[in-house]
Design a protein around this ligand. Structure first.
Ligand code: NAD
Length: 257
């Protein structure tokens, strides 16, 4: 078991990457606190974890709210005694996100509040807890779009993920000597609800896949395995990295026919 005796807090655990990671972390021996705004989805994740014979708890938390983030960390410490792993994974991709002229200020603000401020608030309250536990690992979900531009713009989303990369690097440097590692996980395009809602026709999906050397979307479970590596002691000398798990998209210029 790769996460025996560890306590993990996972934001956005009600679906997609967060759910897959919660299942895997629990199977690897971690005590998991799942947080989300989607309580029904959170319950489904809990049911799946319990059906596999493992343990987890759910806490309602909107990551854009300081009190909720403070509450989720306090809940984990109260119920499980510590926090060693923090996976700041909750994020949105707004359907009205577009280019500079088309994106409204409210879509911009909402995206930044969840995707960027949410990571900041998770760290603000999570880092003191990880320090109290003697160290640990923080994983922030960014995206391949943080380093590649697209002609199908989602300006607020792209900017938010760039901010996650920059913030994670700096946090990694600040806390490197406290035994707290901080890394960004950069998923490529995934076959999760978040992206499939955005690429809602076959033509749009194929247009995107042209750029992926592997020629397929990634799976949430593949991100969970990468998060497991970053969460576990196997990555003990890895900090400040932007870990691309993207089917090769960020390395490609011309893809195979
Ligand atoms: P998802 O929509 O399946 O999961 C996101 C979860 O975050 C949902 O359960 C949602 O309810 C939750 N959430 C939304 N707003 C929240 C808030 N304010 N507070 C707490 N929880 C909130 O999507 P996913 O694909 O699993 O996305 C997870 C992360 O991966 C996101 O940060 C996303 O930007 C990133 N990502 C996804 C892809 C992709 O192709 N799906 C690619 C790169 C990065």
């Amino acid at each position: 078991m790769r996460l025996q005796n560890k306590v993990a807090v996972i934001t956005g655990g009600s679906s997609g990457i967060g759910r897959a990671t919660a299942l895997l972390f629990a199977a690897e021996g971690a005590k998991v606190v799942i947080t989300d705004v989607n309580d029904a989805g959170g319950q489904e994740t809990l049911d799946l974890i319990k059906a596999a014979g493992n343990e987890a708890l759910y806490f309602h938390a909107d990551v854009s709210k300081a009190a909720d983030c403070e509450g989720m960390i306090a809940f984990a410490e109260e119920k499980y005694g510590a926090v060693h792993i923090l996976f700041n994974n909750a994020g949105i991709m707004h359907s009205d996100d577009g280019d500079a002229t088309g994106t409204t200020e409210s879509v911009w603000d909402l995206t930044m509040n969840i995707n960027v401020k949410g990571v900041f608030l998770g760290c603000k309250y999570g880092i003191p807890a990880i320090r109290r536990a003697g160290g640990g690992s923080i994983i922030n979900t960014a995206s391949f779009v943080a380093i590649l531009g697209a002609a199908t713009p989602q300006l607020a989303y792209t900017a938010s993920k760039g901010a996650v990369l920059a913030m994670s690097r700096e946090l990694a440097v600040i806390h490197a000597r406290e035994n707290i590692r901080v890394n960004s996980l950069c998923p490529g395009p995934l076959r999760t609800e978040l992206l499939m809602k955005f690429l809602n026709t076959e033509a749009k999906k194929q247009r995107r896949l042209v750029h992926v050397p592997m020629g397929r979307f990634g799976e949430a479970e593949e991100m969970a395995k990468a998060a497991l590596y970053l969460a576990s002691d196997e990555s003990s000398y890895v900090t400040g990295t932007s870990f691309m798990v993207d089917g090769g998209i960020t390395s490609a210029y011309v893809t195979p026919e």
